[in-house]
Design a protein around this ligand. Structure first.
Ligand SMILES: [Zn+2]
Length: 74
């Protein structure tokens, strides 16, 4: 579980802006969002991966979530 009080010490690696903490209970995932860059940074075992290489595009992330919900199989 990510300690969201640490958020104030974290910044987006791309724009150095503030990050928002989000939780997806359905998928048991946590992630940080930079609204400025529209990038998602995944959190694994409570540790956020603040790397631009590892970041996911927010729109793609949302589309993937919807795809997972709407389609079965490949
Ligand atoms: Zn950013």
């Amino acid at each position: 579980m990510f300690d969201s009080s640490k958020l104030e010490y974290l910044a987006c690696p791309k724009c150095r802006g503030k990050l928002e903490y989000h939780e997806d209970p359905e998928r048991s995932t946590e992630y940080l969002l930079c609204r400025h860059c529209q990038l998602i940074y995944n959190i694994h075992s409570g540790i956020p991966h603040l790397s631009i290489d590892a970041a996911q595009d927010m729109q793609q992330f949302i589309n993937n979530s919807e795809a997972e919900n709407n389609t079965s199989g490949d």
